[in-house]
Design a protein around this ligand. Structure first.
Ligand code: ADP
Length: 651
């Protein structure tokens, strides 16, 4: 065993005792003592102030002073050196006093050659080590908290100006008289969208580096998960004339226990790349299951017939910011972070992301994940085939009237549904889980004509929501969104209270037919009329609290364009002043970071005055869900806030 070097302060005014102590210390195995010998009170106090020692052996007798006065001085200055007090004879009163002043131990000098002396030193050092470890842990925790705070701020600071850039260009893009400069506006818009995606990627990467990215594992059905992906990419592949298929020759686990959001992120990234870098042929995702002793592994291969990757670049593409094409000659967007993030995520999910590629022939990205279940139920993979003519159907305008609520936890699918539905002129509100959906349906503001409800969601599944809604006497039509593989259970779902069942992948034509069945057609189809109609419908009184001038002005304009009466404030103080002056506000929208405190502080004060007040938060980062629940805040808009976000908020 290596000798441990111990920095020791020996406080002793008797030279003979000093030499004796030195001799014994040198005989103790495993330690090498670096000894500093002092005997006068003043220099002892001074050195304790300036230096930290691993241990101090402190003689009780010190001329005009005693060891106790050294202990007192050390305690007063918060010194972290451990002390062992040495005296000429046993004295219990002294012993108690020394311990009360923080000494680790109290020994009689005659014990200096005993095992007890060695043990006392070992214990004192071990305690110091534990204390150091504890302090180091605290320091790391506080560093990581500081970093989290920094990232939250950075994210907020970047998202706030992005709100203005994206929002204003959106607004300008919708104005017919600006047709001549639309190409330039589109460039600004798509670049800011790119910046936003990059910001999200950098935040992810930073969390991965910090080991602070936590997985959210749950058991989920594989078939609907894959069906969502199939419907997500059908259109993009078809647009490039590529075929896209997710398939498996073998039986696969019916469910797996993993983080579906992160797994989806990896699959979206690799499939998106495959489509991006392929000009003809096909892209496919092949799945395979392998039982290994106590572990079940699910293998994914994303195969394309695209441009391929040169051999010497294969390893590097998993490094952040690495791209095969020279930046100056590249036409495709992307920062080269996707694969670096994907590789780390797959590692967290219990596998490894690998690539094989032949230049000009194609690439295959392969990874496995731990299914988290020892003996899963194996079933054949059934996905509904992509529907021919989906694009044609989607582009045929059909104008309808009404308010639709979409309850779906997967953001991409939620957006897809909202896009298809809102293209018919219907106003859509969307939420990410059943609990929020039920809260909207049973809340005072409820005025929905139709609901689309996913069945598998993290907080309250669709089945529970429909049962609760029907128990409360709600009669509006609710359509279940489910996987093709579960088709057989249609009657069960109807018995629970669903009016209809739509299967995933989402078929646009079916969805439109369903909308047409439950909603009324629009009287006028001009977009101006539909805007006016929207304005007429809103007429809401809103207090908007945002300190960034540009963002406030933009949101105010957007809210007004939706027909709202808007009051603006830039701080908590002016918010509360306005709140007491304006009666019957339908909604208070609070920025999270305000110059005189957090939007949540403002929410707390408003809640104290009015427990019914409808509140929403806008923020550059996700606030703690517990805080939102305790303040009864149902809506959080992540910056940049778009017109459709605000419109959904007003419905
Ligand atoms: P990016 O956002 O640039 O696409 P990624 O990390 O996802 O970043 O990919 C890094 C690089 O790897 C890409 O820029 C591209 O050069 C290369 N690459 C990734 N997937 C493929 C693929 N399927 N075919 C060819 N090249 C690919």
């Amino acid at each position: 065993m290596d000798n441990r070097i111990v920095k020791l302060l020996l406080v002793e005014d008797d030279e003979d005792d000093y030499i004796l102590a030195m001799d014994y210390l040198q005989e103790i195995p495993d330690f090498t003592f670096e000894i500093k010998w002092l005997s006068d009170y003043q220099s002892i106090v001074e050195i304790l102030q300036q230096e930290s020692f691993d241990l101090c052996l402190l003689d009780y007798q010190l001329g005009a002073h005693t060891g106790l006065s050294v202990l007192e001085a050390a305690k007063a200055m918060g010194c972290d050196t451990p002390f062992i007090m040495l005296t000429g004879q046993v004295d219990e009163v002294l012993d108690a006093k020394a311990l009360a002043l923080g000494a680790e131990d109290f020994l009689v000098k005659s014990e200096i050659n005993s095992v007890r002396f060695i043990r006392a030193i070992r214990y004192a050092l071990a305690r110091k080590e534990l204390e150091n470890e504890r302090l180091e842990r605290l320091r790391i925790e506080s560093d990581s908290r500081a970093k989290d705070r920094f990232l939250a701020h950075l994210s907020h600071e970047l998202r706030t100006p992005l709100t203005s850039i994206i929002g204003y260009t959106d607004l300008l893009l919708s104005r017919a008289e600006l047709d001549a400069i639309k190409p330039e506006l589109s460039i600004i818009n798509s670049n800011s969208q790119h910046l936003l995606a990059l910001l999200n990627e950098v935040l992810d990467l930073s969390k991965i580096r910090e080991n602070s990215l936590s997985l959210n594992k749950d058991t989920f059905l594989l078939s609907p998960f894959l069906a969502d992906l199939q419907s997500l990419f059908n259109m993009a592949a078809a647009k490039k004339g590529l075929s896209f298929k997710i398939n498996s020759k073998e039986r696969l686990p019916e469910s797996i226990f993993s983080d579906s959001t992160r797994l989806k992120q990896v699959l979206i990234n690799t499939i998106y790349n495959a489509i991006k870098f392929t000009e003809s042929g096909q892209v496919s995702v092949d799945l395979r299951y392998q039982q290994q002793a106590e572990k079940g592994l699910l293998f994914f291969s994303v195969v394309d017939t695209g441009i391929g990757i040169p051999k010497d670049k294969l390893k590097r593409i998993f490094k952040p910011f690495e791209q095969v094409q020279e930046v100056t000659t590249r036409t495709e967007e992307g920062a080269g972070l996707g694969l670096a993030i994907s590789a780390s995520l797959i590692e967290l999910l219990g596998g490894e992301l690998k690539v094989e590629s032949v230049l000009g022939v194609g690439s295959t990205f392969t990874f496995s994940i731990d299914t988290g279940l020892k003996r899963p139920n194996l079933v054949p993979l059934i996905l509904a085939p992509p529907l021919a003519g989906q694009e044609k159907e989607a582009s045929r305008p059909m104008k309808l009237n009404g308010q639709v609520l979409v309850v779906e936890d997967v953001p991409e699918i939620r957006t897809l549904l909202c896009n298809i539905i809102s293209a018919t002129g219907v106003t859509v509100t969307s939420v990410a889980d059943g609990q929020q959906g039920l809260a909207l349906l049973t809340g005072k503001q409820h005025h929905f004509d139709l609901v689309f409800m996913d069945l598998h969601m993290p907080v309250m599944g669709g089945r529970d929501v429909v049962v609760a809604a029907r128990n409360q006497g709600l009669e509006l039509p609710i359509v279940a969104l489910t996987a093709a593989a579960l088709k057989g259970s249609e009657e069960t779902l109807q018995a629970l209270g669903f009016n209809r069942v739509l299967t995933k992948p989402i078929d646009t034509a079916q969805l439109q037919a369903c909308l047409a069945h439950f909603l009324h057609p629009q009287a006028s189809v001009s977009s101006l009329a539909s805007n006016n109609e929207q304005s007429g419908k809103s007429g809401k009184k809103i207090l908007l609290v945002e300190d960034d001038d540009d963002a406030r002005e933009l949101m105010c304009m957007l809210l007004k364009s939706l027909g709202a009466e808007v009051y603006c404030a830039a701080s908590i103080q002016s918010c509360l002043a306005l709140y007491s002056q304006v009666d019957a506000l339908d909604l208070v929208i609070l920025d999270l970071m305000l110059p005189d405190g957090s939007g949540l502080d403002a929410a707390t004060q408003i809640r104290a005055q009015n427990s019914e007040q409808n509140l929403a938060i806008i923020s550059g980062y996700e606030p703690e869900p517990e805080q939102l629940v305790s303040l009864g805040i149902a809506h959080v808009l992540l910056k940049p806030v778009s017109l459709s976000d605000l419109s959904a908020l007003l419905t």
